[in-house]
Design a protein around this ligand. Sequence first.
Ligand code: FES
Length: 129
Amino acid sequence: MDYSVKVMDHFSNPRNMGSIENCDGIGEVGNAKCGDIMKIFLKVEENRIVDVKFQTFGCGAAVASSSMATELIKGKTLEEAWKLSNKAVAEALDGLPPIKMHCSMLAEEAIHEAINDYLRKKGLEPWKD
Ligand code: FES
């Protein structure tokens, strides 16, 4: 299987790996088929994601997708982060092999879960896809 240079880079040197103490929102999603799990931690100030970290127990494509996704939403508003699609994450990585596209889905879903966790904690209505 051929991975792009960017995928290999983000896999071997992941950005924003770890967790955030006293974070404002956590999203955890899993893929039932492969059993991989991704967790996203958000720190939010005035509707903006000021910090984001991830923990991924999964394949290399999932690790690279989480790393790239956190880079793409850092500093963005919640609305902008919500709109980040798994396709955009894969494109930013210069593509993923077709059978690995579902791995980037975890990043999109985990970000949505984390944003909704934040909204619920604030007593607000969660957003829908
Ligand atoms: Fe499970 Fe990639 S194979 S997320």
